[in-house]
Design a protein around this ligand. Structure first.
Ligand code: GTP
Ligand code: MG
Length: 343
C-alpha cells in the first residue's frame, strides 16, 4: 500500500526544502521515498523529482495561452491536473505498491483552504489505496506576533477542515526563531495551543479596536481543539526524525527495512552511542514502526534553538570536527593498509 505526505503551506514556508531534506534523510536510512513536484512554477527543483507536473502543464504556457495572471494561472494548472488525474496515477503506479511519496504543493494557500482541485485529487488517491497525511508548514516567525499567530492558527484550522486528512501542522525554520527577539511565552504555549486567553493583553495593546474580534476567533479555535504544532529545523537530524515519527503515527506507516539492509552510521541516533547494528535497528523499527532516536519534546526544542542555542551549536561543531578527523584518520589508515609492500 503506498503512503505519502501532502506538503502544503504559505509561500516560502519551506515546503520544497523539506522535501529535499526528507529525500536525503530517507535515502540515508534506506527507506523508500519519491518526490512529486505539483508546483508548475517550480523552476529550480532542489530534490530528485520522480514526477513533475511541468511535464503535463507549466504556469508560463497557461499564462501565455489563456492570458491569465500568475495566481489564476496556478489555479488553472491544478484544475488541469485534476482533469488529467490519470496522467498522475499512471506515473504513481510506476513507483510501485510500496512507494512513499511526498507531494510538493505550490504556496498558494487557497489550494488547500477553499479551492476544490487538490482536495478532489487527494480524495481519488485515497480511494485508490493511498494513505496520505497533510503536512502543513507555517513559518515559525509568525509566533513572534500575537495577531499573526492567530492568523496562522486560523489558516491551520481551515486547512485541516478542508483537506480532511490526518494532519500535522509544523512550525518550520525553528532554528531562526531566536533572531526575531524574545517570545512572550515559552515555545510550548505556541505549539500546544492550550489556553490562548493569555494572548488577550498583548492583543488589546497591539490592536485595541479588534481585541474583541480576536478573542472571539481565539475561542472558536479553542472550541475546535484541533490545532497543535510540531516544530522543524530542516538541517537538524533529530528534528527531522522527530517529525517523521509524528507523521508515521498519523498515517500508520510501519517501516520494515529489507532483510540484511545496513543503516549507515550516523543516520539514526543510537542509544548510549552504541554503533548502528542492522538487526537491532530492524527489530526496533519494525516492532515499533518508529525510527530510533531520542524522544524529544518541545522543551528540548526550546533549549536547542532558543535558550541554549550557542552552547548546542558549539557542541555540534566540535562533534563534526571530531567526526571529520576520525574519517580522515580512517582514510589515511586504509591507504597505508592498501599500499603494497616496497612501494
Ligand atoms: N534556516 C532555515 N531556512 C529554511 C528552512 N526551511 C527552508 N528554509 C529556507 O526558506 C526559503 C524558502 O524555502 P522553500 O523550500 O523554497 O519554500 P517553499 O515553501 O517551497 O516556497 P514556495 O514553493 O515558493 O511556496 C529557502 O531560502 C530555504 O533555504 C529551515 O528549516 N531553516
Ligand atoms: Mg516550493
Amino acid at each position: 500500500m503506498p503512503f505519502g505526505e501532502l506538503i502544503c503551506g504559505s509561500p516560502g514556508s519551506g515546503k520544497s526544502t523539506y522535501c529535499y531534506g526528507k529525500h536525503q534523510l530517507f535515502t540515508a536510512l534506506n527507506r523508500p521515498i519519491s518526490v512529486v513536484n505539483l508546483d508548475p512554477a517550480n523552476e529550480t527543483i532542489p530534490y530528485p523529482c520522480a514526477i513533475d507536473i511541468s511535464s503535463l502543464v507549466t504556469l508560463k504556457d497557461v499564462m501565455e495561452e489563456h492570458g491569465l495572471g500568475p495566481n489564476g494561472g496556478m489555479l488553472y494548472c491544478l484544475e488541469y491536473l485534476e482533469v488529467n488525474q490519470d496522467w498522475l496515477e499512471d506515473r504513481l503506479k510506476e513507483l510501485g505498491p510500496d512507494a512513499y511519496v511526498l507531494f510538493d504543493l505550490p504556496g498558494q494557500v487557497e489550494l488547500s483552504t477553499n479551492h476544490e482541485s487538490v482536495k478532489r485529487i487527494v480524495e481519488k488517491l485515497t480511494k485508490s489505496g493511498f494513505r496520505l497525511a497533510a503536512v502543513h508548514l507555517c513559518d515559525a516567525h509568525y509566533v513572534t506576533d500575537a495577531s499573526k499567530y492567530i492568523s496562522v492558527l486560523l489558516l491551520s484550522l481551515r486547512t485541516m477542515l478542508h483537506l480532511e486528512l490526518p494532519h500535522i501542522n509544523v512550525l518550520s525554520k525553528i532554528d531562526l526563531l531566536k533572531q526575531y527577539g524574545e517570545l512572550d511565552f515559552n515555545l510550548d504555549f505556541y505549539t500546544e495551543v492550550q489556553d490562548l486567553s493569555y494572548l488577550e493583553n498583548t492583543l488589546t495593546q497591539s490592536s485595541p479596536r479588534f481585541a474583541a474580534l480576536n478573542m472571539a476567533i481565539i475561542s472558536l479555535i479553542e472550541d475546535y481543539g484541533l490545532v497543535g504544532f510540531e516544530t522543524l529545523a530542516v538541517e537538524d537530524k533529530n528534528s527531522m526524525l522527530h517529525l517523521t515519527r509524528a507523521i508515521d503515527r498519523a498515517t500508520g506507516y510501519v517501516f520494515v527495512p529489507p532483510a540484511g539492509s545496513q543503516v549507515p552510521p550516523g543516520t539514526v541516533d543510537e542509544p548510549d552511542g552504541a554503533s548502528a547494528r542492522p538487526n537491532t535497528y530492524a527489530l526496533f523499527s519494525s516492532a515499533a514502526g518508529q525510527l530510533q532516536g531520542p524522544v524529544s519534546d518541545v522543551r528540548d526544542v526550546q533549549e536547542r534553538w532558543i535558550d541554549e542555542r550557542e552552547t548546542h551549536d558549539a557542541y555540534e561543531k566540535n562533534q563534526w570536527r571530531k567526526e571529520g578527523e576520525m574519517l580522515r584518520d580512517e582514510v589515511a589508515r586504509s591507504k597505508i593498509r592498501d599500499r603494497k609492500p616496497g612501494t
